[in-house]
Ligand binder design. Structure first.
Ligand SMILES: Cc1cc2[nH]c(=O)nc(N)n2n1
Length: 289
């Protein structure tokens, strides 16, 4: 892991020198596999007097050579609340090691962020989930970690956190409560669920056999991000809330010849954009109070 504490301090300092605000909330805007931008330009655009920093401008940030679309760190105000928002993230399937994918979380920490809201697109494995539903993550299965692929492997820097961080309370209970209350307020509790998320390396989608196995171990939604960012966030003691937009229903029987097609997934993302923004905004407002 070439991102020493000092290197990441330089990344953070670069930003701190250029923005006056000191955000306490960091948002990772999901964009699963070039699918819908969960945190569309519009969320970042709706930030008041925002400042954008393309990743390649920030010292030590990974350069997204693969995806083509340049990610950026956006600072701005959401209804008066200072926010630091990652627009576009790094994925393992693009060729970045997990510690590279998760380094922006440590930069958020060094900028002074205390709360992380992570969003992603995921396949719905729980049969009660519909395309377009939201699943608040109540727990995760670190599938890649089972094989030892972990963002924290290698020497530990105690300035970030402990060598053996607990993960039993990774997803903050009061934030989950707030997420539920906001869903109730918005009258969308019929499409908001609480479930278990797992992250696979990708880039391929899963086979039926793999999905059956994941279902057996209690997974409700499957994606290719978020777990390593949350592990890194908990390591440095950020309070975490995460949710998935269900962009397709995982096919768990051999007779069903449907396939998640890109267009359908994009439409889902677009159709849910304003609802997701409203959802995140209300949660942010509650955090401020
Ligand atoms: C972003 C995303 C969406 C899906 N759908 C799926 O069935 N399996 C996945 N791994 N992912 N990941």
């Amino acid at each position: 892991n070439t991102y020493t504490f000092e290197a990441l301090q330089e990344s953070a300092q670069y930003l701190l020198d250029r923005v006056k605000m000191r955000p306490k909330i960091g948002i990772i805007c999901g964009s699963g596999m070039e699918q819908n931008e969960l945190c569309p330009g519009s969320l970042a655009d709706s930030l008041g007097n925002k400042q954008c920093f393309p990743y390649e401008e920030i010292p030590h940030f990974p350069v997204s050579t693969v995806t083509g679309h340049q990610g950026q760190m956006v600072f701005g105000y959401l209804q008066g609340v200072p926010i630091m928002c990652m627009q576009g993230r790094f994925h393992y399937y693009e060729g970045y090691p997990l510690w590279k994918c998760a380094m922006p979380v440590r930069v958020m920490k060094l900028v002074g962020v205390t709360h992380l809201i992570a969003t992603n697109a995921a396949g719905g494995l729980n049969p009660t989930y519909k395309v377009g539903d939201i699943m608040m993550v109540k727990d995760h299965v670190n599938m890649m970690g089972f094989a030892g692929n972990n963002p924290l492997q290698g020497p530990n820097d105690d300035r970030f956190g402990p060598r053996f961080p607990p993960m039993n309370k990774a997803y903050n209970a009061s934030l989950l409560e707030i997420g539920q209350q906001v869903a109730d307020e918005m009258g969308i509790s019929d499409i908001v669920h609480k479930g278990v998320y797992t992250c696979l390396g990708g880039p391929n989608f899963e086979t039926v056999a793999e999905l059956k196995m994941l279902r057996m171990i209690g997974v409700d939604a499957v994606g290719m991000s978020t777990v390593h960012e949350v592990i890194t966030a908990r390591h440095c003691d950020l309070t975490v809330f995460a949710f998935s937009l269900i962009t397709n229903q995982c096919i768990t029987d051999y007779e069903n010849h449907e396939e998640a097609n890109h267009e359908e997934v994009m439409d889902v993302g677009k159709s849910r954009q304003s609802l997701l923004q409203e959802y995140v905004l209300r949660i942010v407002m509650r955090l401020r109070d």
